[in-house]
Design a protein around this ligand. Sequence first.
Ligand code: ADP
Ligand code: MG
Length: 247
Amino acid sequence: MTALLEAAGLTKFFGAVRAAEELSVRVDEGEMVGIVGSNGSGKTTFLNLATGYLAPDRGRILLAGRDTAGLSPRLITRLGVARSFQIPQLYLGLTVLENMLLSLAARSGRGGVWAPLYRAPWTDEGRQILERFGLEAYASRSVGELPEGGRKLLDIALAIALRPRLLLMDEPTAGVSTEDKFEVMDTLVGVLRQGRITTIFVEHDMDVVHRYSRRVLVFDQGLVIADGEPVTVLADADVRKAVLGHA
Ligand SMILES: Nc1ncnc2c1ncn2[C@@H]1O[C@H](COP(=O)(O)OP(=O)(O)O)[C@@H](O)[C@H]1O
Ligand SMILES: [Mg+2]
């Protein structure tokens, strides 16, 4: 079977800093893969390489068998890869629904400041997506009124609106309080499973990784030092030292 994402020999240096070296990662359709690693271990760089925000020094990335070398982030999104960010990329001055409509407009290729936003099919679909994320009550409120967990969910809902085959999430629960973290994850993982969307998510919280992924990759100084089931991988002393700084 062709992998949905296949990175081979992916290498990226920033000056003397090794952000990725000889990364080879294969992710199949339907997987939900966690990525852990200490600060600066290359997690976000990997997502940037996979989405075309950065070009590798060496190596290649195949999406469903197609080489993405030289493609812009926009084209890679068209090929079915969407992402959310460590810090949500939202239009704070607009309402929750308007943010959603902009995402739907982008998907249709008919976005832009001149385009009418409130088209009936989009508002219907947009409201439906917001409902799946439990955000419908906020539809007409400005994004600034959303609690942090709600902002993270909206950012992911905007990515889902692009109907991706592969979703990459950078720390979906960063900034969300410990009490709300699992609720946010339950909501979003529920939507992802229902849509059968292949997902890779960066997460620093081991409990979250344990609970929501069957496979975890461990990054350390630009290398993948472990790849396997969370129960096994996260119990390993070398992994714990690399990720947490102690065994
Ligand atoms: N655009 C950039 N310019 C220079 N250095 C960068 C850039 N992006 C990342 N780095 C460096 O590459 C290393 C890996 O960064 P990053 O992938 O953001 O780590 P993580 O997401 O695991 O915290 C770090 O040392 C970081 O400072
Ligand atoms: Mg990061």
